[in-house]
Design a protein around this ligand. Structure first.
Ligand SMILES: C[S@@+](CC[C@H](N)C(=O)[O-])C[C@H]1O[C@@H](n2cnc3c(N)ncnc32)[C@H](O)[C@@H]1O
Length: 267
């Protein structure tokens, strides 16, 4: 972030406290972060250098999942919650690259993502994009406001990529996912990526560092815990796997990374 941009922003952001969206942006090689974000991101890298491969693989999974949903499942509506700061291959770019009439609603609760939302609203004229400034816990608000753009009588892909770790168990993330999936008709899909606590110990050490620094805590989860978010839905092949192993194609680096990923259909 440039000096001029930083001067414009202090009223909006507490830049002295690291935030997950900006730490993640730093790991991805973006430019939208402050000294406190960089310091925490670097401490995590020192504890778990694989985090960089993990976040790149997560973005690649997001693009493959959206491509699958648009091209093979023929989904034309996407509700992408926990959007993050815009980067390459944003959901609407991938979906509208397959089907220009795709409609995408983005949701995030971070003011820095809101400040960049214009970059997410560059829809193909045949489709539409919208942005909602809301917390994932407020599923009623999200579904009501998304209905401005999405037709909830037709299938919707609900995307929860790298966000459920921000919802602690005491806030019942399974009930939040269930409420969202109750709001969409059969034929809809749920796509999740989630940091893993049971792949390697370095990621657990990284999670502990995040919880010392971030304003809001994170909960990395086991494969079994992430699988429960898909209860009542039908996982598509290859099921719930490492992000690096979900339909990654010939020649891809498929060594397991500390991030679970899956896509499932509501029947
Ligand atoms: C790690 S980033 C993931 C970005 C993107 N989905 C991806 O996978 O590349 C997590 C995003 O979720 C947002 N987020 C975290 N907790 C949230 C909540 N309770 N409600 C809405 N957004 C939230 C953060 O602001 C951040 O932009």
């Amino acid at each position: 972030m440039t000096g001029t941009q930083q001067q414009d922003m202090p009223a909006l952001f507490d830049t002295s406290v690291p935030h997950i969206a900006r730490v993640y942006n730093y790991w991805l090689g973006g430019k939208d972060h402050f000294a406190a974000d960089r310091e925490l991101a670097e401490r995590f890298i020192a504890a778990d250098p694989e985090v960089l491969a993990g976040v790149r693989a997560n973005r690649a999974f997001l693009a493959r999942a959206v491509h699958f949903l648009a091209a093979q499942a023929r989904i034309r509506q996407f509700l992408d919650i926990g959007t993050g700061i815009p980067t390459v291959d944003n959901t609407h770019e991938v979906a509208q690259g397959v089907a220009p009439d795709s409609r995408i609603v983005y949701v995030d609760n971070d003011p820095i993502v809101l400040a960049h939302a214009r970059a997410l609203l560059t829809s193909d004229p045949d489709g539409a994009t919208d942005y909602i400034d809301a917390d994932l816990r407020n599923t009623g608000t999200i579904l009501a406001q998304a209905a401005r753009t999405l037709d909830f009588g037709r299938p919707v892909a609900v995307m929860l990529m790298g966000i459920l770790q921000c919802i602690p168990d005491e806030d019942d993330p399974r009930a939040i996912v269930a409420a969202l999936m109750d709001g969409v008709p059969p034929g809809s899909y749920l796509a999740i990526s989630h940091p893993a606590s049971d792949v390697h110990a370095e990621a657990r050490a990284g999670a502990a560092l995040l919880n010392e620094g971030l304003a809001t805590p994170v909960t990395f989860r086991t494969r079994a815990a992430v699988a429960r978010f898909f209860d009542g839905l039908e996982l598509v092949r290859p099921g719930l796997v490492s992000v690096s192993q979900w339909r990654s194609g010939m020649g891809a680096d498929t060594r397991p990374l500390a991030n679970w990923a899956g896509v499932a259909r509501k029947t």
